[in-house]
Design a binder for this molecule. Sequence first.
Ligand SMILES: C[S@@+](CC[C@H](N)C(=O)[O-])C[C@H]1O[C@@H](n2cnc3c(N)ncnc32)[C@H](O)[C@@H]1O
Length: 245
Amino acid sequence: MGQSRLDQCGWSSFDPALFFDEPGRVARRAGPATHDMIRDFSPGQAVLELCCGGGALSIYLAQSGFDVTAVDLSEKMLNQFQKQMAGCDETTRNRLNLVRADVCAFDLGRQFDFIILEDDGLGYLLNAEDQQACMGRISRHLAPDGRCLLTNMTPDLEKTASKAFEYDRETHILTRPHHWTSTDAGGQRTVIHQGFERRYLYECGQLQRLIHSVGLEVFKRWGDLNRAPFKDPATQEYVLLIQHA
Ligand SMILES: C[S@@+](CC[C@H](N)C(=O)[O-])C[C@H]1O[C@@H](n2cnc3c(N)ncnc32)[C@H](O)[C@@H]1O
């Protein structure tokens, strides 16, 4: 069941080396902002990152002194994570614990001060049952005074529907091609990987209801990771800090 979730959302066909090796790629800058959120809002140092992918954020946080457990279902992604980890010093490596598991069904037997599901991880769960299962797992693994950072894209559906990708209004599922390009020294771009991604787009209020349904509540809400004010629900990224109700 777990593997088929990866197949459905498109991540099983993805080449994780692209997250690190592709020369034209601009590195994501989630690290410093997430570090500051943990510093400001977490009651402790124990961090859990769900859908950690190749580990860029988890490694950054471990290098900053947090103890990080990182979960992903993709073996290829976790192999890439391990390669990155091999280049880290021993103290950082000792702060990292990698677990291959499905975010809808994991049980780590302990709780965490801060849980992260960012980079639209929740969007890769394509139906209500999986979304509910994942939120339930989060609630169970969150310490009584812990906080969870959830980021989720909610693009303008009108604009989305008119572009080159497909959006199914009944299932709420957006399917779009991935074209990873490499840019050489002369500015020439070449497509080096093609795949697809499928993600679930939440309607306004739906995410909130999901959070409440597992006994959690929204504690803070921003428009981006740098804590810009939240403005228009139709076009913005939701950056939510949630806690036990
Ligand atoms: C956008 S990528 C994360 C990339 C990561 N933020 C980074 O910078 O490397 C989404 C990740 O979600 C993982 N994923 C998707 N569905 C999952 C599931 N049901 N359980 C665990 N991981 C899942 C994929 O394997 C993929 O690594």
